[in-house]
Design a binder for this molecule. Sequence first.
Ligand code: C5P
Length: 239
Amino acid sequence: MSVWAVLAAAGRGERLRVVDSVDEQSSTTRPGADRPKAFAQLGGRPLLAESLERLEASAWIDSIAVVAPPGWEEPVILLAEELGCGKVVASVAGGDSRAASVRIGVGEVADDAAVILVHDAARPLVSERVLERLIGALNEGWDGAVPGLALSDTVKRVRDEAVVETLPRGELRAVQTPQAFVAAVLRAAVSGGDEATDCSSLVEARGGRVTVVEGDPRLLKVTTADDLALVESWLGSEP
Ligand code: C5P
């Protein structure tokens, strides 16, 4: 059974731009902040390096296709070479949205792949434990599996500033990546060209059976400079 990872790294990361505290007077941006998010600095190297290295080291992953920011396909290949990531077989330019980028990445996956796992480079701390839970769920017969966390806040639906509904918290999960799917199921789901903030919703919309496995708080998605600092503080201290 061959398992492919599609690493979505084509986001621009505009919310990551910050003023370096040392250079506040000159408004110089933090090193790496003028680059796409995947090349922002995390622990002294590009953010992308962390997830690339982890997917490379995983016993569950056979091949990796990286969806790069347009114009950054070559630097991605150079980074993969530098890190010794021999599983990286493709680096392609992404699209205007995450869904478009994933569609392009899935197009690079070999026809004989049994499982495709889609991961956001913006979530650097992907762990072997989460990968094991996802693949385990597919082996039990699910079409897809996603990591999720229970919520501690109560969630309400709001329209024109008025609360219209309070959702039952016990049924809600905050869903992360990587998300794993039977390859044929994901290919069919992305082929429609629909927009979505995650792959699972495209699979669900076609009647696919997706389960939620236990996620990981350290799979935090880096959006702001504060997120980057938090993830950086967790580097090397994982169980
Ligand atoms: O934009 P957001 O932070 O939600 O992006 C989630 C992931 O999707 C990131 O890893 C980002 O690089 C990726 N992405 C992409 N192509 C886009 C937009 C986002 O690959 N056009």
